[in-house]
Design a protein around this ligand. Sequence first.
Ligand code: HEC
Length: 325
Amino acid sequence: MKKVPGIVNKSVIKVLGLIGIIGGISCIPNIAWAIDWSAVEGRDVPVFHPGQASWEWALTQKDHSGAKKFKKDKNCMDCHEEEEPDIGELIASGEKVEPSPIEGNVGSVSINVKFARDESNLHVRLEWTAPPATAGEKMDPDYESKITIMLGEPNVKAAVKAGCWGTCHDDANTMPSASDDQDLKKYLGRSRTKLSRKGGGTNYKSDDELSALLADGYFLEYWQARLNQGSAASAMDGYILKERQENDDVITTAEAEFKDGTWSVVLSRPLQPGKPNHKDIVPGKVYHIGFALHDSHKAKRFHKVSFEYTLMLDEGEADFVAARQ
Ligand code: HEC
C-alpha cells in the first residue's frame, strides 16, 4: 500500500492521546489524519485558469459557441472534460478572455481529491504539486495558497450545470463589467430581480425573498484552507446567495503539510452542523461541488477552477462518494 506522507496511524494517535491526557495538554492530532487515506480511491481534478470567462460570457453564443447547447441540455463538463489543461494554457497565455496575463502562470494544476467520513464529520483530502511561483506583486500577501471547495444541492441549477460558474458574474470585482462604484463579490443569479449580459448588478430581491431562498437551502456553501509553508493551515467557511459572505462561526477545520513540493491538505466539517446557512450533508442526496486553487499569493479571480463534480455520502452514483473508513 502506498504510504501517504503526513498520515499517522491510529495506534500512534492513541499513544499521543495518552501522552496528552497524562501531560494535561492537548496534543491529539486532528481526527482528519486518523482516516486511512491510502484505502480511499482518489480522483484527479484538473483546475485551470478561467480568465474573465463569466457565467454571462458562457451563455452568449457569439462569445462562446457552447452557449446554445448549454442552455438546452448540456453541462460544461459534457463538452469540456479532459480539455481543462488546454483551456487553461490558452487563457493563462492571454490569448483569450484574459486581458492581464501573469508571466509564468501555468494554465492548470491537477489536484488528487479523496472524500471520506467518520461518525460525524465529512473529510476531504486534496493533494497537488505546487506550480512554480509567479513573479510580481503578491496579490494576497498573507497566504501563499488557498484551496477552496464550493458545495450546493440540486435546487441550485446553475451549480448543477456549471459548478463555480453559477456564481461567477460579469460585473463581479475584476470581471469585464465591474464598475468602480460597486463592490460585487460572487453571487447567485436568483438573488437578483433581473440579469443582463453584464450580470445582475445591484438589482437585489427583497430581504424577505432572500431570507426565504436561504431558508429553502438555496445557497452554496464554501470551505477554504489558507496555507503558508511552515505554518499551520487556517480554515474559513462561508456561503453565497446575494454575495459571498464569510461565516463568523467557522465550523471547518484544516490540516496541511508541504513536503517535497507537494501540498496535502485535509478539510473537515461536521456532517450536520444544525445551523442556519450551513447544509446538513445526508445520505441519498447528490451534492454539486467545484474546486478552486489560488496559488502563488494570487487573489480574487486569479485562481484556477474546476468544472462541476458530484458528491454523495456513503454510497451512490457520483464522482465522489464519502464512505466510512
Ligand atoms: C455544447 C458544448 C459546450 C458546452 C456545454 C460548454 N462549452 Fe465551453 N466551449 C465549447 C466550444 C466548442 C468552445 C471553443 C470555442 C468557442 O469559444 O466558441 C468552448 C470554449 C470555452 C472556453 C474558452 C477556451 C477555448 O478553448 O476557446 C471556456 C473558458 C469555456 N468554453 C467554458 C465553458 C463553461 C464554463 C461552460 C459551462 C457553463 C461551457 N464552456 C460549456 C463548447 C461547449
